[in-house]
Design a binder for this molecule. Sequence first.
Ligand code: FAD
Length: 456
Amino acid sequence: TVAVVLFTSDLRVHDHPPLRAALAVADEVVPLFVRDSGVHAVGFDAPNRNAFLADCLADLDASLRRRGGRLVVRTGPVVREVAAVAAECGAAEVHMAAGVTGYAQRREERLHDRLGERGVALRVHDSVITVLAPGSVTPAGSDHYAVFTPYFRRWSGERLRETCPAPGAVRVPGAVRGEPLPSRDALSGVSAGIPAGGEKAGRESFSRWARAGLSGYEERHDDLAGDATSRLSPYLHFGALSPVEAVRRARGHGGSGAEAFVRQLCWRDFHHQVLAARPEASVRDYRTRHDRWRSEEEASEDIAAWREGRTGYPVVDAGMRQLRHEGWMHNRARLLVASFLTKTLYVDWRIGARHFLALLVDGDVANNQLNWQWVAGTGTDTRPHRVLNPVVQGKRFDPQGAYARRWVPELHDMEDRFVHEPWRLPKERRARLDYPEPLIDLADGLARFKHARGRD
Ligand code: FAD
């Protein structure tokens, strides 16, 4: 018998329940990745993620080849391609991981129908992309948790599934047609600082992190210049690292750093379970606040300054330039650049979320859209009116200004006391500095936001 394993956001061989289940029932397995024209059509693919994806696919193919198999890559509408592959190899079953986005949920339904017509069973596996399956823990009277802390309490008490080892051998039927793997070198518009993708790199990064970073995570995770977070987010986004394995290994390590890290992984599950229950929250306000955000047309110059990192607020500009250069930004910087765009400039969160998705190598519908909504106060933040002040935040999380100087070289020679407030320099020095004046007075931005939210 033959089974197909459709890989999506789970590009690994370790701890892969669909692959394990397929190998348990079938003599031969087709590991399949579809370069889905539907994902392309909704504009979700972006050069930085495509570069990382190319590495992930190459690495997955290499892992399968070491086991006697290979990765079959096809391009086209996903349902059509999966059905065609199943027919070509005479598969009785298709295995895949459960997805959370509206797109993934529809894909599952359509696959179920199309394969069902041909007598092929679709087997969907939970707890592959997230630690717990969305909807597996719920509060009384709702299909999802809308507040993080009670979710975290409940999540922490749940039993995790056992992880499964990588398979020993994978036999692939010869008849199935595949395409050459996509190559990173053929892509244009990729940021210079994108890390190497793939499961091997992800597992090595995790091991390095467990050895050198995890213990200090609780104290250092907000230190912008220290850059002391795991940087595992792209591996988790593409499933090159299993989230269940990450939690198990961190818990095995123990200590307050590991606990704080596991809590962040729970945030990931939290946003995924919100999106699974409310897929429309990827584009619509999760909570209606009657905002009349400024649109792209109304705020085009402010938006351009924000995107290009020339708002005149050093820590905001540093974050935006880091994003462009690395396809990644420190979480503290994500929080404050998002707060600056939505609450200080009063620009629609969707405009910011779209820019992030165009560049982030870890760009993820659940984590990105729901974090943006959290910051904009239209999401699950229990204090939706809080506004982060970039000067206060800069002094607190980048006290020596090293992060600001690293990404905004114009401030290279600036003394610490001016680095977050260059407008306070003596007049002559200010005039010589090639760095913009603040785009907006923070007090004016705050007043506009308070007035707008006052209408709620
Ligand atoms: P660590 O601090 O080492 O955390 C470990 C892991 O926990 C991360 O890799 C991530 O998977 C998860 N995690 C941490 N914080 C969060 C969080 N707030 N929400 C959900 N998961 C979290 N994360 C993405 O993976 N993709 C996105 O598209 C994304 N967009 C964001 C947009 C905004 C406006 C904000 C405020 C946050 C966003 N985040 C996103 C969450 C967070 O900033 C990143 O996950 C984190 O910075 C990644 O770096 P790290 O791997 O070093 O994180």
